[in-house]
Write a protein that binds this ligand. Structure first.
Ligand SMILES: [Zn+2]
Length: 301
């Protein structure tokens, strides 16, 4: 099978998924699926031309581990859901199978098989096949590697992300065979005029129709990136995904090494900043934040 082009075609996302309950709140459990060793420029790209090769040339002693997360969401009516899938269990022993030989050689990934999402779910007493839905913030290899483990789930992704990823290559962060499975894929058309705004975000989708899980369009890091706002019992929780790798991205507007569209990235970041300002008691979890990860609670409810 060639690396580029996929056989799967998502259905259009046209209506909320089932299981919504008026006033429902969720429990969110961060899952660390592995770590990738990254240079300092991963978070803040160097100024000037050829930022990526120059960023990657930093001496290895300056590189440090960056968390690769996924999130388990418990909803009272929609059952267990996931935000992203993290790394597939095979990455622990044979990374080339999921990531390809080039990436397996290029990236220094640290993972134990017990860190895969299915293994962690089993440890928590959650049957992996009971996961009803998976929201993909985007389809980069460190988020989509574990897709194949959830054949029964409905996957929700932005149409713009699917289109970019389906023809994408590893140099853009995509490995199409990770997600080219004939599962129940639903693609959100964020260009549709019928979408609502929500709390500073210009375009949002109410996943279950009860306000408990809102997807908000935050493109730029990748073509169709989406973040997630979850309703806890007394506050909200924002999962920025890779629209902000770490808290200082929000505070200082730092531009990461990998960014598909700088203009869209900055616009999405300003929407996140507006959300944080108007929702000061919200928990904010960024996509790849080493310091933030160390300070997280095991569960948010
Ligand atoms: Zn990414």
């Amino acid at each position: 099978m060639p690396d580029v082009g996929v056989a799967t075609e998502p259905k259009a996302y046209t209506h909320a998924l089932s299981g919504g309950r008026p006033g429902a709140t969720v429990r969110v459990r961060p899952l660390l699926t592995g770590e990738i060793n990254a240079p300092p420029a991963f978070f803040r790209r160097p100024d000037g031309p050829l930022a990526i090769p120059r960023g990657l040339l930093a001496p290895r002693r300056l590189w440090s581990p960056v968390p690769i997360p996924a999130f388990l969401v418990d909803h009272p009516g929609a059952g267990p859901l996931l935000i992203d899938t993290g790394l597939h269990a095979s990455v622990a022993s044979a990374p080339a199978a999921s990531l390809g030989t080039l990436a397996a050689r290029m990236y220094d990934i640290r993972m134990e098989a017990s860190q895969s999402v299915p293994a962690q779910l089993e440890g928590l007493g959650v049957e992996p096949r009971s996961v009803r839905a998976v929201v993909m913030t985007h389809l980069h290899y460190d988020h989509a590697s574990g897709v194949s483990a959830f054949p029964e789930a409905t996957f929700v992704v932005a149409r713009a992300e699917w289109d970019a990823a389906a023809s994408g290559r590893m140099l853009q962060g995509y490995r199409p065979r990770q997600f080219d499975h004939a599962f129940d894929w639903r693609a959100i058309d964020y260009a549709s005029t019928s979408l609502d705004s929500f709390a500073g975000f210009g375009r949002s989708v109410d996943l279950l129709g009860d306000g408990s899980i809102r997807l908000v369009f935050t493109p730029g890091h990748s073509a169709g990136h989406q973040s997630v706002v979850l309703r806890l019992h007394d506050r909200e929780l924002l999962l920025t995904g890779d629209a902000a790798y770490r808290r200082t991205a929000i505070e200082e507007g730092e531009l990461p090494l990998f960014c598909a569209d700088e203009h869209l990235y900055r616009r999405s970041l300003s929407e996140i900043r507006a959300y944080v300002e108007r929702t000061p008691n919200a928990v904010v979890i960024c996509g790849h934040d080493p310091q933030g990860w160390a300070e997280l609670d095991a569960v948010y409810s």
